[in-house]
Write a protein that binds this ligand. Structure first.
Ligand code: ATR
Length: 279
């Protein structure tokens, strides 16, 4: 069978772990796929998408900063991607490109490994970018009771709350406000969606976070394995989780859509943990 190409469009994209896990899966299952990281400048996005058709690339993941911009270049976008407002997976069906989004499913499956059922729960989302929106929409669809968004920039936070308000009760709290930290204690689930944990000095996104026992604190960052935010939550007795399982589960869903085969999730998780441990 001739080789088939899968890939990821991002900018930057060199740090992505997706090539490692998808090439591992393809090899393990004896499939003819090679997964390539393509660094696509924003101005070249349309040409890159046309390249999927021209080169017969079987499927593509889309990451920062293209997840929203890519929508207008596709032939179809499914209901999941439309609800989330972003595409992370493109499927090439004989030249017809369909966009979907597996981030939400990946996130819910990650929560499930901790036996956390979002139904009826109070949630705080820290951050107001694309990841916050995807996770907020997903949590509404999974039946949460209320969502509060805490963010540094009020304009971005309010915009996200406005988008989330079509689903249910959402409120905005500025990260700099005196009671932002204390508010965390009220949540059953806290999701940290900013990129701060990846910075060298790993600053907290808000002051004096009041974590507590009995809540789940989730950080979408997986490198470092434990951000300062997660470490503080763990010390306060909260259950904690980093973004690695979500990465593997969203990849697993994309892989299944492209190849029709079941992704070796446990083995991939082990591989990535070993890889991150070495860094
Ligand atoms: P993504 O689409 O991956 O979620 P993004 O759109 O860049 O990424 O969103 C990044 C989030 O991290 C935003 O909520 C951003 O806050 P602002 O709206 O105030 O910009 C937050 N963030 C990034 N750097 C930050 C910093 N130094 N301090 C506080 N928040 C920060």
């Amino acid at each position: 069978m001739p080789d088939k190409v899968l890939g990821i469009f991002g900018h930057p994209v060199a740090h992505s772990l997706s090539p490692l896990m998808h090439n591992f899966a393809s090899k393990k299952l004896g499939l003819p796929y090679t997964y390539v990281a393509f660094d696509v400048e924003p101005a070249m996005l349309k040409k890159a998408v046309d390249g999927i058709r021209a080169l017969g690339i079987a499927g593509v993941n889309v990451t920062v900063p293209h997840k929203e911009a890519v929508v207008r270049h596709l032939d179809a976008v499914d209901a999941e991607a439309r609800a989330i407002g972003a595409v992370n997976t493109i499927i090439n069906n004989g030249g017809k490109l369909t966009g979907t989004n597996t981030d939400g499913i990946g996130f819910l499956r990650a929560l499930k490994t901790r036996r956390f059922n979002p139904r009826g729960k109070r949630v705080i989302i820290v951050g107001a970018g694309g990841s916050s929106r995807a996770i907020g929409v997903t949590l509404w669809r999974a039946g949460v009771k209320e969502i509060a968004v805490i963010n540094r920039t009020p304009a971005a936070g309010k915009k996200l709350v406005e988008a989330l308000s079509q689903f249910g009760a959402a409120t905005f709290v500025p990260a700099a406000s005196a009671d932002a930290g204390a508010l965390l204690a009220k949540a059953d689930l806290v999701v940290q969606c900013t990129s701060l944990g990846m910075k060298k000095d790993d600053p907290l996104p808000l002051r004096d976070p009041a974590f507590r026992k009995g809540q789940l604190v989730y950080d979408i960052i997986y490198s470092p394995v434990e951000t300062r935010f997660l470490a503080a939550a763990r010390r306060a007795g909260a259950d904690t989780m980093n973004g690695l399982a979500m990465l593997v589960y969203q990849g697993s869903e994309s892989f299944r859509l492209w190849t029709g085969k079941k992704f070796p999730e446990e083995a991939a998780l082990k591989l990535l943990k070993r890889h991150l441990g070495r860094k």
